[in-house]
Design a protein around this ligand. Structure first.
Ligand SMILES: Nc1ncnc2c1ncn2[C@@H]1O[C@H](COP(=O)(O)OP(=O)(O)OP(=O)(O)O)[C@@H](O)[C@H]1O
Length: 903
């Protein structure tokens, strides 16, 4: 075999030239790289040039079998990997020429020359991607790739990180030097990258470089086979697949030196997902340990300095070439809106989707799967049948994901409602709106998600619709429970990130400035003194997102009392102002610890006392101030910082501080206007009403707790005891029915503010005939349209009707409502719904051997669905015997009247 390849030695040292093994033969189905000899025969210029990546023991010995001594040297060289230009000048063989001697004499001129040559080649590969020039920074990263260095690239979303590894991948592939493995966190992202890469004209040519994805999303086993024998230029894979069964599969390719580089894209997911649901992210160091000689690149669009350090540690990066870019995206206009009613919020979303009569590509992010379903249904309803709204969550099946993804890209489904499962790294140029209905859990996720918008450089909107209560799921709910096993420093990072995000949402300064400073970037340079000029704060539009401004009330005196207490607590406790201390100080109940300085204590207290005197009685109580603290926090007057809770310390997780804005408000006495929250409104009710509401709430909580217990019991039941299961299921069912009745009332507890119930207005609503029963009590007139739909005229107050109609008619529970009664109680307008009746189940799936488990899973899933407020369930995930499940259902749920299966 003739040698082709690059060597760090001068041409007078031909023995040290490296050689590549002939490429493995391409399978009939795949376009593998052409062999070296074929290329030479075709006069391919790539084959005449030097090597991008060092050769292996096998390839060395293939060429140099006649030179025994040098063969030994080269084997050692190959096994210890002496890289040109990367400082790998190790002494190898004392008897022969030492590598150090050789390199010392030869490297400067040859390496420069060779690198220059490679750079020329790399530039010409830019055409493959259809780009004329590299963007700022891309070239430096590509050069570091050519030097085989570990690399960390932290640039803004959409800045062009992918090219930094795809271009070297094409170069390596063309020179027959192996594949680049790219680890991506999501299937949709892999799919996007593979489709994008394979659609380049160069990829479609015969023997053109191609990309593939491996893992559960790859249905064709032949692709896996071809990928591990090096027939693809880029192999995309999830961390689970790589650290799982495919880790060993790449061994032969590695032994041949034909893995050119490993890339961990979206590397910020390592600390973010690695702890809980994607632990494989934290196992990536296995790959490094098993294949130590492969250079590693980490890329991320949302990594803070702390996360960058974590990534470097987890991937064991060796003195990496770091490129840290500016993260400001001038064309993204960020706004935050306060939630109003669900329907009103959805209407506001729609008004932006259909602005100017054009349908804008839009992604709506929501934090949980049930809320994704709810939002999708509502948007679909408002948009009608012509405009499709897709749903993409962790529960979406792989074929369905593919459909949704494709439809979104070709604009047949312009709106997608999704959880974090969708969108990461997706490069659709014309997304004009990103909505968040409830905030994502931290700044990193937010940055990543808004980064999908405006990738064509045109203006795009990023609007977050939220309520302060939304943060609770991250602090107390299922997300926070997941933190239990995390190390302290990661918990601190997580909670601080959520807290910083709350500050950004409060909008007391330019939102981009706050984002950039979170990511440790200078805001002064890209933004200038005037801020970004595009966010709602800079445009002076913050108040527009604040919902009903008239609902705000003046809390200046109470807020000043609270802020002065935070100030005093900070001062007294050496910055450790915890929740309890602040409330005690504000209420005048604080006992100083023995270490407190009496003089300072007196001064601090007297300042707080002055404020307290100006507050009305009852408004300075700890319980009132507790609600107020949440309100001033929501509005950005105070912020929290995570503190490490010591072993056995049951203190608060956070310490509180005045924000700059809070300090100014305290110092200059600005008026403080706030939206009263639920707790505060409750406190303001007369005693008897408050007690009533509380007992209702308590009743509901007890009921919910009972149900959760029953549910847990049901889950514990073994499938071998169908009678036991059935019994618990029936009990559960009764409880659920009762709960649904309560829920209906509780949901309507904030009824339309009806000032005069007798002032009736009529409103026409269109409903299908089967819903007739639930409005007959208040039906005034009914007519049938030509299309066969029934129109009913219902009486009531206009606002009340609108609320009721949208609540009832547009919700999936409407088919199960038996009776509606409206009542007026304590000046409130209450609608009581009795819910029961047919529940429709649709099954997709084939019989599978583990029927009982599947049946149980279906029932569990069903109960979850009911508890989340929905009444229909699609069981497409369970492969089971449909008839058996139907039977199990009929016994467990006698009210289920219609169970259909889909072929
Ligand atoms: N040199 C270039 N010239 C012109 N366009 C480019 C260049 N490099 C990249 N692009 C384009 O920029 C867009 C964004 O690139 P890419 O998807 O690589 O961004 P990214 O940094 O990986 O973003 P994210 O972090 O969101 O995944 C793509 O459409 C790509 O084609």
């Amino acid at each position: 075999m003739q040698a082709i390849g690059w060597s760090p030695l001068p041409s007078s040292q031909p023995a040290l030239r490296t050689v590549t093994a002939a490429p493995s033969s391409s399978g009939p189905l795949f376009r593998g790289p052409p062999s070296c000899s074929t290329l030479r025969a075709q006069g391919d210029p790539w084959s005449q040039r030097g090597h991008l990546f060092p050769a292996t023991a096998a390839t060395f010995s293939a060429m140099l079998w006649t030179h025994h001594r040098r063969r030994r040297l080269l084997r050692a060289l190959a096994s210890r990997r002496c890289f040109p230009g990367s400082g790998g000048t190790e002494l190898i063989d004392a008897g022969a020429l030492s590598c150090a001697q050789l390199s010392a004499s030869a490297r400067p001129s040859t390496w420069q020359a060779t690198l220059g040559e490679l750079e020329d080649e790399a530039r010409s590969v830019l055409n493959f991607f259809g780009h004329k020039e590299p963007r700022e920074g891309q070239w430096d990263v590509i050069k570091a790739c050519l030097q085989q260095r570990d690399i960390a690239v932290y640039w803004a979303t959409g800045a062009g990180k992918s090219l930094c590894y795809q271009l070297p991948a094409v170069l390596a592939w063309k020179r027959n030097q192996g594949v680049v493995i790219v680890i991506e966190p999501t299937i949709s992202l892999m799919h996007d990258q593979v489709v994008g890469f394979n659609s380049h004209p160069g990829s479609r040519e015969r023997f053109g470089p191609r990309a593939c994805l491996l893992g559960s999303a790859q249905e064709d086993p032949l692709v896996e086979q071809a990928a591990i024998s090096g027939e693809y230029c880029l192999v995309y894979i999830t961390p689970e697949s790589l650290t799982g069964k495919l880790l060993d599969a790449f061994e032969p390719l590695y032994a041949e030196g034909r893995i050119a580089m490993m890339v961990v894209d979206e590397a910020d997911r390592i600390p973010m997902w690695g702890h809980d649901f994607r632990t494989s992210f934290r196992d990536l160091w296995w790959v490094r340990e098993k294949y130590p000689n492969i250079p590693v690149m980490a890329a991320s669009g949302s990594a803070t300095p702390t996360i960058q350090r974590d990534i470097a540690g987890q991937l064991a990066l060796r003195t990496p070439f770091e490129s840290i870019g500016n993260m400001f995206r001038r064309n993204l206009c960020i706004s935050v809106w306060r939630k109003e009613t669900f329907n009103r919020d959805m209407e506001r979303v729609i008004s932006h989707v259909t602005e100017d009569g054009f349908i804008k590509a839009t992604i709506v992010y929501v934090p949980t799967k049930p809320s994704a379903k709810k939002v999708q249904r509502k948007l679909q309803e408002l948009l009608g049948d012509l405009i499709k709204v897709g749903l993409y969550t962790g529960e979406t099946s792989i074929p369905e994901r593919r459909n949704v993804y494709d439809a979104f890209f070709d604009n047949t489904m312009p709106v997608i409602v999704c959880t974090v499962a969708f969108g990461m790294g997706i490069d659709k140029p014309d997304i004009e709106n990103i909505f968040h209905y409830s905030p994502p859990r931290n700044v990193e996720d937010y940055m990543q998600q808004i980064g999908r918008a405006g990738r064509d450089g045109r203006l795009a909107r990023c609007i977050m619709i939220m309520a302060h209560e939304d943060w609770r799921i991250y602090e107390n709910g299922v997300f926070a429970n997941g933190l239990k096993d995390w190390p302290d420093e990661d918990v601190a990072w997580y909670l601080n990130s959520t807290e910083r995000f709350q500050q950004i949402a409060a909008g007391r300064s330019c939102r981009w400035e706050a984002l950039l400073s979170y990511f440790g970037r200078s805001a002064a340079e890209p933004l200038g003194l005037a801020g970004c000029g595009t966010c709602d704060v800079c445009r002076g539009k913050r108040s527009e997102g604040q919902g009903d401004v008239e609902a705000q009330r003046v809390f200046t005196k109470e807020a000043r009392l609270l802020l002065s207490a935070v100030h005093a607590a900070q001062d007294l406790n050496k910055g450790h102002a915890d929740h309890k201390a602040i409330l005690q100080i504000a209420a005048g109940k604080y006992e100083p610890s023995s270490g407190a300085v009496p003089r300072r204590y007196r001064d601090a207290m007297s300042r707080v006392d002055i404020q307290r005197e100006s507050v009305k009685p009852g408004r300075g109580s700890q319980i009132f101030l507790k609600s107020l603290l949440d309100m001033v926090h929501e509005d950005g007057y105070v912020r929290r910082v995570f503190r490490k809770v010591a072993e056995g310390d049951d203190g608060d997780r956070y310490v509180w501080q005045l924000s700059e804005y809070g300090e100014a408000a305290l110092k200059w006495g600005y008026p403080v206007h706030l939206h009263p929250n639920k707790e505060l409104k409750l406190l303001e009710l007369p005693e008897d009403q408050r007690r009533e509401v509380k007992s209702d709430q308590k009743g509901l909580k007890i009921k919910k707790d009972d149900i959760c217990k029953l549910f847990a019991e049901f889950q514990m039941q073994t499938v071998d005891d169908p009678d036991g299961m059935r019994e618990i299921a029936q009990e559960l069912r009764r409880e659920l029915d009762a709960l649904l009745n309560i829920n209906a009332q509780v949901d309507m507890e904030q009824p339309p503010e009806v000032t005069d119930v007798d002032a009736k207005t009529s409103l026409a609503i269109e409903v299908s005939t089967k819903k007739k029963q639930f409005i007959q009590g208040i039906l005034k007139k009914s007519t049938k349209t030509k299309a066969g739909k029934q129109t009913y005229e219902v009486s009531g107050s206009l606002k009340g009707l609108r609320n009721m109609v949208s609540y009832i008619v547009k919700r999936p529970v409407c088919d199960h409502i038996l009776e509606i009664t409206w009542q007026r109680q304590d000046g409130k307008f209450i609608c009581i719904l009795k819910i029961c009746g047919p529940i429709e189940l649709q099954f997709l799936g084939k019989p599978s051997p583990c029927r009982r488990t599947a049946q149980k899973n279906v029932i569990i899933e069903f109960m979850r669905t009911i508890m989340s407020g929905s009444r229909s369930l699609w069981c497409d995930r369970y492969h089971t015997n449909v008839a058996k499940v139907q039977e199990a259902f009929r016994t467990a749920f006698p009210t289920v009247t219609s169970i259909r299966s889909k072929p």
